[in-house]
Design a protein around this ligand. Structure first.
Ligand code: FES
Length: 568
């Protein structure tokens, strides 16, 4: 069934359902000729709260132009929009809601293909999760990164420089008036954060996975190429509608593994790992974390972008975008993976450039020899944790220190800058109850601020650990995604002030140096958080999975864990 005849509303009379549908769609002014064309739905993820999606309206126009030039009928429809700074308690709490909404609206409304417009951090994964489950021919484009701002001759970008300069302000090196000036320069236009944050990471991973036309991930939001990419995406969607090329044919296990490989090579956000795990779960498989670690050992960080390096996304675009990165690691990729072009990933890799650039390094001269991310295990993280080693302080990658524990985000906010806080630069800052259920939503609180008195004394980094996430734009020796989380009774909940914690990134270990009898006694005192009374929060609490499964809802996985446990 194609076009308007797809997925009729059920009145018990299919003929009447179609008759009624046509009556209403004709009220939009369409002709019979238009309604006979392949229908391409377009997810309108614009919101006046979401500056990262400020250019969605003009992007939709470009996509529609492409659809119509290729003989299709474009129909845009609203999908909720999520912006990082406008999502209480945190955008991750809402990612699955967006994924559910998008999946159901793609399935419920008649469309032969769909163009997904992602951008801000959680939107690309939510849309890809939806596409994987709905499995209607789908192609992604993104709003694109922002251009950089400037302050006193220095290039600035959200949000690595937001954090860096706010840290200087906390330490007293930048006064109130100057930080306000800087505030106006950090996000100077439409588009997503222009460092290697989660939005950039997921755009590049999605392109590597084959879900976006080549070159699309890095085109700045304000660049005319952005609109041409949109037009080409619309045209390609019409062809995909005719071919019936589905997301499950593109997002295969090897394609997801290509994305994981690229995640290492770009020094991508730790969030990328969570989102790819969620997408994998929708497709019916789980990430092999041992393999992911091996990828890190084999694949160095090649992209010299903040926060691990010095450049910004517009520089990556000028250097060729994803293509040259794929070319550098081509021997480590499965080049036969099918992409939305209808051809293989290998066929999208451009020939070597004849000009010099210094944003994408050759594998022989990487920015960081090991990959960007490293998995950690141990008695503190039986089911895993992750560290972005490329953005850590090398001397802290092997460190044993005394725990300074904060029981919650509120406790952290209340005490971190207390002059009476007993803390030294060699201590390990521990944040509890900030995981998927505990916070809720696993906020990006893993980047614990350096206590003010230490920051003022020049301390720039400390070992910090939590069951929270961290913005991809942040940097430091920060252990994240500790699983099981505190709210699930994970060992992180048993850490007390003064305990010794040993981190050894090279060995992939994170250990709590406390004897088992003491831990057992503490475990007896542990109680889970109160069950939420109602609403989406209750659904979220009951269904959200731990970080290693991407924090998706169990019932949205292709094979819910609950079903496997029931059978066992
Ligand atoms: Fe939207 Fe950073 S806040 S991408």
């Amino acid at each position: 069934m194609q076009g308007m005849k797809k997925g009729l509303a059920q009145y018990g009379d299919a003929g009447f359902s179609l008759f009624l549908r046509k009556a209403f769609i004709k009220a939009m002014g369409y002709s019979d000729d238009a309604l006979d064309r392949p229908i391409v739905g377009i997810t309108d993820t614009y919101s006046a709260y979401n500056a990262c999606h400020r250019n969605v309206p003009e992007l939709i126009e470009a996509i529609k132009r492409g659809v119509m030039l290729a003989g299709g009928l474009p129909i845009e429809f609203p999908v909720i929009s999520i912006h990082e700074a406008f999502s209480h308690p945190t955008s991750m709490f809402l990612r699955n809601l967006m994924a559910v909404a998008a999946e159901e609206m793609i399935r419920a409304q008649p469309m032969d293909a769909v163009v997904l417009i992602g951008g801000c951090d959680k939107t690309v994964p939510a849309l890809l999760m939806a596409a994987a489950s709905a499995d209607v021919p789908a192609i992604l484009t993104v709003t694109g990164p922002m251009i950089t701002g400037s302050h006193k001759g220095e290039r600035l970008g959200a949000c690595t420089d937001c954090r860096r300069l706010w840290g200087k302000h906390r330490a007293g090196a930048i006064d109130g008036a100057e930080i306000e000036q800087i505030n106006g320069q950090l996000a100077p236009g439409p588009g997503t954060c222009m460092v290697m944050g989660t939005a950039s990471t997921m755009a590049l991973c999605a392109e590597a996975m084959g879900m976006m036309l080549p070159g699309g991930a890095a085109i700045p939001a304000v660049h005319a190429d952005r609109l041409r990419h949109g037009e080409a995406t619309g045209a390609r969607a019409v062809a995909m509608a005719k071919e019936g090329l589905r997301p499950t044919q593109v997002m295969t296990k090897p394609a997801v593994e290509n994305a994981l490989r690229v995640l290492q090579a770009i020094g991508g956000s730790t969030n990328g790992l969570v989102h790819l795990a969620a997408i994998a779960g929708r497709l019916g498989f789980d990430i092999d974390y041992a393999k992911f670690d091996r990828m890190g050992a084999e694949t160095p960080v090649l992209v010299d972008l903040k926060p691990s390096g010095q450049h910004y996304m517009e520089d990556l675009h000028k250097a060729g975008g994803l293509g040259p990165i794929l070319r550098e690691i081509r021997e480590q990729l499965d080049l036969d993976c099918l992409t939305v072009t209808g051809g293989s990933l290998g066929s999208t890799i451009p020939p070597a450039a004849t000009w010099q650039q210094d944003v994408i390094r050759p594998v022989t001269d990487p920015i960081h020899k090991g990959g960007g991310l490293r998995m950690l295990y141990g008695n503190l993280a039986p089911n895993g944790a992750v560290i972005k080693q490329a953005a850590a302080t090398p001397r802290l990658l092997k460190h044993t220190g005394r725990a300074v524990v904060f029981r919650s985000l509120a406790d952290l906010a209340e005490r971190i800058d207390d002059p009476a806080l007993e803390v030294t630069a060699d201590d390990v800052l521990v944040l509890q109850n900030a995981g998927p259920k505990g916070a809720p939503g696993m906020p990006e609180a893993g980047y614990l601020p350096i206590p003010k008195k230490l920051a003022a004394a020049g301390v720039a980094d400390m070992v910090r650990l939590s069951d929270a996430r961290m913005s991809g734009t942040a940097f430091g020796t920060i252990v994240l995604h500790i699983s099981p989380e505190c709210a699930e009774g994970g060992p992180l909940a048993l850490v007390r002030d003064g305990d010794r914690i040993a981190l050894d990134v090279a060995a992939g270990r994170i250990e709590l140096l406390v004897d088992e009898a003491t831990l057992a006694a503490r475990r007896r005192d542990w109680a889970p958080p109160a069950h939420p009374a109602r609403g989406y929060y209750r659904l979220y609490y009951d269904e959200v999975l731990q970080a290693e499964y991407g924090c998706d809802f169990d019932f949205l996985r292709k094979h819910p864990l609950r079903d496997a446990r029931t059978k066992a």
